[in-house]
Design a binder for this molecule. Structure first.
Ligand code: T5A
Length: 213
């Protein structure tokens, strides 16, 4: 069975810790709204009240660590709720959807980082999610630089931010591998640049993709 099809109004932002997704998302939203389009900006894990509760459970460092499969299945539980309750209804009414992370994060973090089987993740994607972004902007930055940015902002690292550098190197390598394998969907943005430059590159990539579609 093949991967789910990409939707032409669904854009995801991906990258490691501190890549600058939140900053870029606002620039993309402003660019689309300037054209008068409805835009839903959302995030994963999260995007609905129940999915946000699952997010809190996943990232809370105060309880025992989630085992890799527990983490994967909770990510997909949150995603199922997000897709069914928020994302598909927005696409059906013609809105743009901008998602800070989507299924590629599960391939990168639970697949690459935790070492879970990509075939199993693909099966969950087909059965539980059933949709892919038409465009995925991968904000690529070196692990040390990204972690330094994230640590400058967070007082207490969440459960995943507390992982070691080798975990995040595998996450990055998995993202870059996926981008190389799917050049029609991915655009890799150099996120080591100043924030305004990264945002401008991301907006230009979105506009070029939209104009070509
Ligand atoms: N996860 C998620 C999984 O493991 N599997 C999954 O399936 C999914 C969906 C989510 C965690 O869950 C994991 C991945 C994550 O570990 P989160 O808090 O949402 O947790 O984590 P992130 O998405 O990584 O959020 P961050 O906020 O850490 O990263 P951002 O959004 O990429 O970075 P941003 O924009 O907040 O910027 C971080 C700091 O850097 C500065 C900003 O001002 C900010 O202070 N900054 C820059 N500084 C200099 N130059 C630039 N270009 C900068 N861009 C931003």
């Amino acid at each position: 069975m093949s991967a789910p099809a990409g939707h032409p109004r669904f854009v995801s932002l991906e990258g490691g810790e501190g890549a600058g997704k939140t900053t870029v998302l606002e620039a993309l939203r402003a660019a689309l709204q300037a054209d008068g389009d409805e835009v839903l900006a959302t995030r994963e894990p999260g995007g609905t009240p129940l999915a946000e509760m699952i997010r809190a459970l996943l990232l809370d460092p105060s309880h025992e660590p989630a085992l890799p499969h527990t983490e994967l299945l909770l990510m997909f539980a949150a995603r199922a709720q997000h897709v069914g309750d928020t994302l598909l209804p927005a696409l059906a009414r013609g809105a743009w959807v901008l998602s800070d992370r989507f299924t590629d994060s599960s391939y990168a973090y639970q697949g690459g980082g935790r070492g879970l089987d990509a075939g199993f993740i693909a099966e969950l994607e087909r059965r539980v999610v059933g949709v892919r972004p038409g465009l995925t902007l991968l904000l690529d930055v070196g692990v040390a630089q990204g972690r330094e940015r994230a640590s400058g902002r967070d007082l207490v690292p969440d459960r995943i931010e507390g992982e070691r550098d080798d975990f995040f190197e595998r996450v990055r390598a998995t993202y870059l591998g996926r981008a190389a394998a799917e050049p029609a969907r991915f655009r890799v943005i150099d996120a080591s640049q100043p924030a305004e430059r990264v945002a401008a590159d991301a907006v230009a990539a979105l506009q070029a993709w939209r104009d070509a579609g």
